[in-house]
Each structure stands twice: as structure tokens, then as C-alpha cells.
Design a protein around this ligand. Structure first.
Ligand code: F6P
Length: 359
């Protein structure tokens, strides 16, 4: 009897259920229903810590390919908390190992982003058999060219830009659209390119407000009276970028603006005397059905994870590199971020077609 556990951890995204289905169906195909027990672990690492899991049936994995969110539930369990025994007086790592043993697992499949992979690597180092799948709308996971969830979020965000475009154009207004991505600007860059943004602001390229206003003014004099600025939630001005992490935190605490886009709108309208509209789609970007690209990618990743299990190749994350499936060692992935290179093809392309990065 093969016993496999599955959990989804961190922020949800489109394609999680498709990936769960991909793993389960491939395993059922190989081992047969009678020789396989799959345990669904509720709410990510929380379920593994507190023993919240249940035996699933083949039927549970049917009809979920197109469904958004995760049928297993998820939660954020920061790595710092996982390692801190003082909070709540429990050894979370020991609890997770004990529950893994209680289920008599041959392998635990973990789907998650950056934080999730730090804990997955730690569990692997503790001797558990772990296989992971890369998920996040941020696409900032090191070791894979693309994560599932990203393309669906780009689709949602692009749709927002398309909708704003028509009203911005009718009213000759300037709009700021704030997209998700604290550390990496992949989502903002791709949606910005796909939605024809005039100014793209990402965390990797600090901006200068005056340069943004110059671009807006130049546009309104020479081309169009409206402008679309798309900004990642973690984008920062050049002055802010120069501050230490501690000073940045302090400044954020003192700010009375709900987020970076409102702060930027205020600065631009103070300096340019123009009214600026702000749109923040927020968690809409993570919601709804996965796009066909993500359904395929999640299924590929799911089947590849099952292959690793069948071949007893543990301690790896499945990845998409140079248009093919690869597996990357967890200790190479954990703790590393994949940021947008300033000279990436898409930054260059955007600049070629006249997009400003506010730098
Ligand atoms: O999971 C990634 C992400 O959507 C980021 O883009 C965003 O900054 C964050 O999660 C939001 O987290 P939460 O859902 O916990 O508010």
C-alpha cells in the first residue's frame, strides 16, 4: 500500500485543484485504487501540525480541474513561527514529523510558494520524503521559469487594465492600477505589457515621481490625454529605496495611505495638479477558474510529481525550465527569490515600445 499526503500552503491561487488532481489521478493510474491511500491535509502546515487530515477517495479528485481555490484549504504559517517553540509552547516541527509518521506516509506532496518551500526543505532535511509543486501568482519562486497561478492572475489583471482603458480614454483621466507582488514585479510587468500600460512600476526598478509626471505630460501633449500607470504593491520610489529596511518599515507605519498607489496618486496630484484615479483589484487576481495555460501547467506538474514519487526521488520541486519539466533540489530553491532582471526581454520590449518604468 502506498500512502501519500497532500497539502496546499500559503496564499491560494488558480490551478491548485488542477495540480492536486494531476498528482492524484497519475498515482491512481499507476498504483490502482486498492493499493493507494491519499490523505488530504487541511489548511496547509496547520493541518500537519495539529493532525487535521482525512483519507480521500478517488472521486474527490474528479470535477475539480476548473475550480479555483483549493479543496484542501490553505493557511499562512510563516517559517519564523514554524521554528519558534516559544509561541504556543509547541514544537511544530516535531508535531509535523509525528503526524507524518501517524499517517505512515511514503511521501508528502506540498504545493506552495517561497515561504512554503523553506518549511518543505526543513522537513526534507528532517528525513521526511517530500515532493513539491511551485505555485504562486507572483511567479517569484527560484528554480522554475513559471509557477502555476501566474498566468491566470495575468489574465485577470489584464482584464482590469482593459476595462480601465476604455473609461480612462473616455474621460481623459490618469489611472493608477495597483497589482499584487510585494517583492517581484512579474505580474505587473506582464499585465502592463498585455494591457498596454504607459507606465509600469515594479519593485526591481525604483521610480522617480517627476519622471512619471514628465511621461504623463509628454503623452498628453503629443499623443493621448489619458495615461495608465500600473504599479506592483511593493514598488518604491528612489528615495524610499535608499532607506534601510528598518527606516522603510517605520515610514510605512507612519503613512496614512492604505497602499503605495494612493500615496503615489497623492504625490502626483500635488505636483501636477491633476486628478488621479486609483483602482486596486486585490484578491480578485487570485480568484476564479484557472486559465487553460494553468490547467495544462498544473496537470503537467501534478503528473511530474507523481513520477518522482513512483521513482522514489524525494527532496525535489518539479519545475518548468526551458520548455520542459525538470526537478530541482529543495535546498537549491528554499530561501531564494526569482526577481525580474532589469535587462530582461520584457523590460527591454516594454522600453522599446515607449513604456516608462519611471526611472
Ligand atoms: O500569494 C501571493 C500574494 O497574492 C501576493 O501577491 C500578495 O502580496 C499576498 O499574497 C497577499 O497575501 P494575503 O492573501 O495573505 O493578503
Amino acid at each position: 500500500m502506498k500512502r501519500i499526503g497532500i497539502l496546499t500552503s500559503g496564499g491560494d491561487c488558480q490551478g491548485l485543484n488542477a495540480a492536486i488532481r494531476g498528482v492524484a489521478k497519475s498515482l491512481y493510474e499507476y498504483y490502482g485504487e486498492k493499493n493507494l491511500n491519499i490523505y488530504g491535509i487541511r489548511d496547509g502546515y496547520r493541518g500537519l501540525i495539529y493532525g487535521d487530515y482525512h483519507l480521500m477517495k478517488r472521486d474527490n479528485f474528479s470535477g475539480i480541474l476548473t475550480v479555483g481555490g483549493t479543496i484542501l484549504g490553505t493557511s499562512r504559517q510563516p517559517f519564523k513561527l514554524i521554528k519558534n517553540n516559544d509561541i504556543g509552547n509547541i514544537d511544530r516541527i516535531e508535531c509535523m514529523i509525528n503526524n507524518y509518521k501517524k499517517m505512515k506516509l511514503d511521501c508528502l506532496v506540498i504545493m506552495g510558494g517561497n515561504g512554503t518551500h523553506k518549511t518543505a526543505n526543513l522537513l526534507s532535511q528532517e528525513g521526511l520524503n517530500i515532493v513539491t509543486l511551485p505555485k504562486t501568482i507572483d511567479n517569484d519562486l527560484w528554480g522554475t521559469d513559471i509557477t502555476f497561478g501566474f498566468q491566470s492572475a495575468v489574465n485577470v489583471a489584464t482584464n482590469v487594465l482593459d476595462c480601465i482603458h476604455t473609461t480612462a480614454s473616455s474621460h481623459s483621466r490618469v489611472f493608477i492600477i495597483e497589482l499584487m507582488g510585494h517583492k517581484a514585479g512579474w505580474l505587473t510587468l506582464h499585465a502592463g505589457l498585455a494591457g498596454g500600460a504607459d507606465i509600469i512600476l515594479i519593485p526591481e526598478i525604483p521610480y522617480d515621481v517627476k519622471s512619471i509626471i514628465d511621461t504623463m505630460n509628454e503623452r498628453s501633449l503629443k499623443y493621448k490625454k489619458f495615461s495608465i500607470i500600473v504599479i506592483a504593491e511593493g514598488a518604491m520610489s528612489k528615495e524610499y529605496f535608499k532607506l534601510s529596511k528598518k527606516e522603510q518599515k517605520e515610514k510605512r507605519k507612519q503613512s496614512h495611505f492604505p497602499s503605495v498607489s494612493y500615496e503615489l496618486a497623492n504625490e502626483i496630484s500635488n505636483l501636477s495638479k491633476q486628478e488621479i484615479k486609483v483602482t486596486v483589484p486585490g484578491h480578485v487576481q487570485r480568484g476564479g477558474s484557472p486559465c487553460p495555460f494553468d490547467r495544462v501547467l498544473s496537470t503537467r506538474f501534478g503528473a511530474a510529481a507523481a513520477d518522482l514519487i513512483i521513482n522514489e526521488k524525494y527532496g525535489y520541486m518539479v519545475a518548468w525550465v526551458n520548455n520542459s519539466i525538470k526537478s530541482v533540489l529543495l535546498n537549491e530553491v528554499a530561501g531564494k527569490l526569482k526577481l525580474v532582471p532589469k535587462d530582461s526581454i520584457d523590460v527591454k520590449t516594454a522600453r522599446n515600445v515607449g513604456v516608462s518604468f519611471g526611472d
